[in-house]
Every structure is written in structure tokens, then in C-alpha cells.
Design a protein around this ligand. Structure first.
Ligand code: 6R9
Length: 662
């Protein structure tokens, strides 16, 4: 049986590590057998101090070595790593390589318009990072202050992050697809006095008015004193001379060197906001030493990055994937990282593959939603490109279905690349379950085995009891602290404890369901909380519901995820209208879509909006989202126990309404 005609429901077909990794044309994989992985894994769990000391000394440069490896516990929520050590991340990611090999390319910048690629050497990167650090110092910022970054996918976004890290400033990158009010909420929560942005962004030839959005956001952020504006498109934008500063004018005045400020391993590096089960996004806080070590060694071992490799992660730096695998991981290894500003279908669906061909990309990392969308557009786009430089192709953000995995493996990887399906979260900082290209046999749809130091437990969701052995399904938890785990939720340590550590004492609770199969492989089953995952972007149902409810026509709203072939899940919103609304259904729907886009951003746009007379509720008035989820998934025949419904008669109408729309 060939791979093409294999029955894809045979989930347990195993793909051994890519043999091309061992034929002498490629560098020998860092981890080159399952045995080697198992040995190192065992050491990482049984002798963590020895293991992590070696990792931290071999892979990072410390200005003051640590004497203590770990302290604190998951019970107490006071985890800290390498506490008395000092280092600087910008030094590790830039200076080390600029000193050793200044002409090496740090970034390849693939602009929105094809054919304009720019190469940034480590020398240039160092100079630009230093200039921006000096500008930030001239704004009066000092170690510990926060800086918000709201930028398109351009090298200057990464420069801004590294410039903050150079001074011990805490960056908070906000994805430039978020609306002014989402940006304002994050800037206020982080207490930032400075925002770095661009005049405009460009994605798939569409203009994103980043500066105008910042201007609007700043109206409700009285603490913001300075806005540093990079000129990307050159179109005219409003400029407030008392507050706004042009990047090119400010950096021109600064010398291209700025000493890196040594910081404690436990000093904060960044806050990154992510959706939880409630409406208010959480500022996930990562610290310096542990985070960098996690990003560095996962980039090294999971992508098998070697000197001279050209690594491409298509995620935006507004997400954790962009933080760890566009910026910190690859640069800390001295690799070349591709910064991709555009979208996979612009100007046509061969954009990714032309990118691989032109820059001889060795590792390519993207999301299942992109893989599924490109697969739907046909094979000719990928078939015509030379992808022979690729060794490892990765997936992240949501479960990848076996059909998409196989297409990726066969069409993009040409059966000659290792597919790494990497499971992790904003909170974990770096990969926690993932195959190693030279060691782990892959099973399409499984993230395979835990990374070093990650002690996975599968728990019974109700009792919290550990489900031992293989062939078990439950919720995913981690039993031991690991270096790159979040340390707290900015300004709300109680929320950190309540969300992650209290649900199952002694464990970190990830919020995902999981199966450990008969061979100990992990299969992620998706979120068990009220988080929807659209194209790998996390949104809470409450967040979207609060945006909908702001509309004067809406009485109540309930949002659920519905299965979607391309985006994994899509947002499906149920609405009841207030009495006396005179607008037509179409008008209301239009208004609601606009309201959500304005309140949160286009990524939260409901794909399905259903106006109903009543929502399914318990007698105490709680909306039963479980029923809505089942109905939109076409599983109305499996509603289970509906005895808690206050008015079971609404079900029939609800099902008819949904069937008419979905
Ligand atoms: C890195 C990132 C985290 C949530 C996570 C899970 C889902 C991520 C996955 C995956 C199955 C994978 N997720 N990777 N599910 N297989 N390989 O995406 O971080 O935005 O915080 O999302 O994404 O549900 O809990 P984040």
C-alpha cells in the first residue's frame, strides 16, 4: 500500500524518521534515535538539576552563572529557575552571532509584495537593536517598564522586542489585527507608557491602519506618553508632534551601540495576552532565563536547527509562536529566520512554496488551517515548486487531522521530510509535546511524545485522579515545573493560581483533553473549557459574547465553536433580540459583525449568526452551551441529558433554525 492510497482512518500508521536525514547530505540530527531521546528524557525527569544545568550552560551565555537550578513548586505557585544567574537575551540572540560571524543573515524579510526580499545580517541587526534601545532610553524608560508593540510582520517588530530585552524592559506585543479597544485594554492592563507601531501595515495588498488604530486606542490610555512610528508604507498619517516620534528620525540620532543590561534570570521578559474562559484576556508573564532556554532548545531539537539553516515560521509575532519561533528560538541558535509579512494566497496560492524555493528554507512551520486551506486549492501550486531544501515541516495551533498531515507529508515534504506536530501554549512558552525529527516515529494526527523535562499526566476530569498506563483519555496536566512555563498572570497572581494550578493540585492544568494511546503517544482532543480555537487563534466565548451584547438590539448571546473544515473551529453566535427591534434580521446581523470586528478584531468575526427566540437554559437561567455545540455540529440526536432544560420545547425550533443555516 502506498501512502497516497492508504486508508487515512488508520490512525496508527507509523512514519519512521525521515531517512534523508541520515544519508550524509544533511547535518546529522541532534537526537538521532528513539533510544537517545528516551535516555535524555529519563535524565530530564529523574535528574532535572544535572540535565537543566547542562542545557543552560551549553546553549546560553550567562553574564553571571547561576548556582541554583530550581526552586518553588506547582503546589505553591512560586516556581523560579536559575534565580541567581544573570544574562541578557538580546546579547544571546544578537551579539553572540554578530561578534562571531557578523555577515551571517539573521533575518530574511519577505515583504507583502513578492520579489522584495531583504536580508539583515547579524551586524545590521545589532546596530538597529542598539539604536532603538537608545531611543527607548531617551524616552526615560528603565528596567521593568513595559512597552506595547503594535506592528506588522516586519523586521522592526523583532528589533523592537530585542531592544526592550536589551534594556530589561517588558514588551507586550499586541497582534496588529486587534481593534483599538482590544489594544487599549492591553496597554492599560500592562501600564505601558510607550507604544511602538508603524504608519500602516500591508497584508495581501490590504492596508491595515496601525497608526490610526493606535491613535484611537491612546484616547483611553492616558498613561501613554510616546508613540514611536516606523514608516512602512509612507502614506500620510495623523501625527501628534507632542507625542509621536518617527522611528527613522529618532534612530538616526542614536549611536549603533548600547550595552546590554544584565538581568536576573527571573526578571520578566514579556507579557502576552491570551484568551481564557472569562471575558478578560490574561497577561501571561514569561521571565528571561527559563523562557529563553525553552525556546532555544526546542528550536534546536524539535526543528533540528543546525548552523546555516534557514528557518521559516509563518506565525505573526503577535502570537506566542512568533515570539518563540520567529524571534527568540532561531536567533538564540544563530540561525536565519524568515519574517513573512504576507498571506499564503497572495498573489497566488504558491506563495509559501515559492518562498521555500527562493530562500532554500530548511524548516518550515505553519498552522493546520493554512495547510487545509492550501490543500483545498489543489496540488498544482505546490507541485511546481522546488522544495528540496526542506528537511523538517512543522504544524502548530490546533490538532492537525490525518488527511491534512498526509497532504503536508506527501505534497510539501515529498515523503522526504519529518513532520513535527508541536503541541504547546502561550503559557508553556515552548513545545511540550512534539516529535524529534531524527528520533520519533510519527503518527499522523498525534503530537507524539513529551519534550525533555515535561512530565505529562492524564487526569480524570471529575476526580482529578491520575489515569495511569496507556490507552487512557482525560485532561492533560503536567506534574513538574519546567523552565519556560508562565510565572504568573500580570497583576493577578490569584487568577494564575485559580486557572492553572488549583484545578488539579500539584499539577499544571493545560485546559485540553488528551488520549494516551497504547504506545504512549499523545493525541490532543481540543479544549475542555470555553475557549474556541479559530485558525489557531484562541478566543473565549465570553469575549465574543460581551462584544455582541454591546449592540442595542441584542438581548442575550451565546457563542460556541462549530466544526469547520478550514479553520478547525468557527465562531457560531446565537442571539436573542430585545423587544421592539425594528431592523430586519439582515441589518442586525450586519451590525453585529461590524460590532465584533470593532470590539475585538476581524479574527473574532462570527461565521454563523443565528437569531433565535430563546436560548436553551437551565432552571437557574444558565445557558447550556453544550446543547448549542451539539446542534451546530449536526449531532442533535446526541444531546444527552436535557432534563435540566427549563423549557424543552425550544429545542425543536432551535434545531430547525440551525439546520436552515448550517
Ligand atoms: C502555540 C499555541 C494553545 C492551544 C492549546 C491547544 C491548541 C496548539 C496544538 C494544539 C493540538 C497541536 N494547540 N498546538 N492542539 N495539537 N499541535 O497555539 O498557543 O495560542 O496559546 O493556543 O492551542 O488547544 O491549548 P496558544
Amino acid at each position: 500500500m502506498t501512502i497516497e492510497n492508504m486508508n487515512v482512518s488508520e490512525e496508527n500508521t507509523v512514519y519512521p524518521p525521515n531517512p534523508a536525514l541520515f544519508n550524509g547530505t544533511a547535518p546529522k540530527p541532534w537526537i538521532s534515535s528513539l533510544e537517545q531521546y528516551r535516555e535524555m528524557y529519563k535524565e530530564s525527569i529523574e535528574q532535572p538539576d544535572a540535565f537543566w544545568t547542562r542545557m543552560a550552560l551549553d546553549n546560553l551565555s550567562w553574564s553571571r552563572p547561576f548556582t541554583k537550578v530550581r526552586q518553588g513548586s506547582l503546589d505553591e505557585g512560586d516556581v523560579a529557575w536559575f534565580v541567581d544567574g544573570e544574562l541578557n537575551i538580546s546579547y544571546n540572540c544578537v551579539d553572540r552571532w554578530a561578534e562571531a560571524d557578523p555577515e551571517r543573515v539573521a533575518f530574511v524579510y519577505e515583504a507583502d509584495e513578492p520579489g522584495n526580499a531583504q536580508k539583515w545580517t547579524y551586524r545590521r541587526l545589532l546596530q538597529e537593536v542598539c539604536r532603538v534601545s537608545n531611543v527607548l532610553t531617551s524616552f526615560g524608560l528603565r528596567k521593568g517598564d513595559t512597552v506595547a508593540i503594535y506592528m506588522p510582520m516586519i523586521p522592526e517588530a523583532a528589533v523592537s522586542m530585542l531592544a526592550c530585552a536589551r534594556l530589561g524592559l517588558v514588551h507586550t506585543v499586541v497582534f496588529a489585527g486587534f481593534s483599538a479597544s482590544s489594544l487599549a485594554e492591553r496597554v492599560q492592563d500592562a501600564g505601558s507608557r510607550v507604544i511602538i507601531t508603524a504608519d500602516e501595515g500591508l497584508r495581501g495588498s490590504k492596508i491595515i491602519k496601525t497608526k490610526a488604530i493606535v491613535d484611537e486606542a491612546v484616547q483611553s490610555c492616558p498613561k501613554v506618553e510616546r508613540v514611536l512610528v516606523f514608516r512602512r508604507t509612507g502614506n500620510e498619517v495623523a501625527f501628534n508632534k507632542d507625542r509621536d516620534v518617527w522611528w527613522h528620525e529618532a534612530t538616526d540620532k542614536q549611536r549603533p551601540y548600547c550595552p546590554p543590561v544584565p538581568v536576573s534570570a527571573e526578571d520578566p521578559l514579556f507579557l502576552l495576552y491570551t484568551s481564557g474562559s472569562t471575558g478578560k484576556p490574561k497577561g501571561v508573564l514569561h521571565t528571561t532565563g527559563g523562557y529563553l532556554l525553552g525556546a532555544t532548545i526546542t528550536a534546536k531539537y524539535v526543528f533540528d536547527i543546525h548552523a546555516g539553516d534557514v528557518f521559516c515560521c509563518t506565525a505573526d509575532i503577535g502570537w506566542i509562536t512568533g515570539h518563540s519561533y520567529v524571534v527568540y528560538g532561531p536567533l538564540s541558535l544563530g540561525a536565519t529566520s524568515v519574517i513573512f509579512e504576507s498571506v499564503p494566497t497572495y498573489p497566488d496560492p504558491s506563495r509559501y512554496w515559492k518562498l521555500v524555493e527562493e530562500h532554500k528554507i530548511t524548516q518550515f512551520y505553519t498552522a493546520p488551517t493554512a495547510i487545509r486551506a492550501l490543500r483545498r486549492l489543489g496540488d498544482s501550486w505546490v507541485d511546481k515548486c522546488d522544495l528540496s531544501s526542506l528537511r523538517v515541516i512543522g504544524s502548530v495551533g490546533e490538532p492537525i487531522n490525518p488527511e491534512a498531515w498526509l497532504w503536508y507529508y506527501n505534497k510539501v515534504g515529498r515523503g522526504n521530510c519529518s513532520v513535527v506536530d508541536t503541541y504547546w501554549q502561550t503559557e508553556t512558552g515552548s513545545h511540550v509535546i512534539a516529535p524529534l525529527p531524527g528520533a520519533t516515529p510519527a503518527k499522523p494526527g498525534s503530537a507524539t511524545l513529551p519534550f525533555f523535562g515535561i512530565d505529562v499526566a492524564v487526569l480524570d476530569p471529575l476526580t482529578g485522579k491520575e489515569l495511569e498506563g496507556n490507552g487512557v483519555t482525560g485532561v492533560l496536566a503536567i506534574r513538574k515545573p519546567w523552565p519556560s512555563m508562565l510565572r504568573t498572570v500580570g497583576g493577578d497572581h490569584k487568577r494564575f493560581l485559580d486557572t492553572y494550578l488549583k484545578p488539579y493540585p500539584g499539577h499544571y492544568f493545560a485546559g485540553d483533553g488528551v488520549t494516551r494511546d497504547e504506545e504512549g503517544y499523545y493525541w490532543i482532543r481540543g479544549r475542555v473549557d470555553d475557549v474556541i480555537n479559530v485558525s489557531g487563534h484562541r478566543l473565549s466565548t465570553a469575549e465574543v459574547e460581551s462584544a455582541l451584547i454591546l449592540s442595542p438590539s441584542v438581548a442575550e448571546s451565546a457563542v460556541v465553536g462549530s466544526p469547520d473544515e478550514v479553520t478547525g473551529q468557527a465562531i457560531c453566535a446565537f442571539i436573542t433580540l430585545k423587544d421592539g427591534v425594528s431592523a430586519t434580521e439582515e441589518e442586525v446581523k450586519k451590525e453585529l459583525v461590524a460590532a465584533v470586528r470593532k470590539q475585538i478584531g476581524p479574527i473574532a468575526t462570527p461565521k454563523i449568526l443565528i437569531i433565535v427566540d430563546d436560548l436553551p437554559k437551565t432552571r437557574s437561567g444558565k445557558i447550556i452551551r453544550r446543547i448549542l455545540r451539539k446542534v451546530v455540529a449536526g449531532e442533535a440526536d446526541q444531546l444527552g441529558d436535557v432534563s435540566t432544560l427549563s423549557d424543552p420545547s425550544i429545542l425543536k425550533v432551535l434545531i430547525e433554525k440551525v439546520n436552515a443555516v448550517v
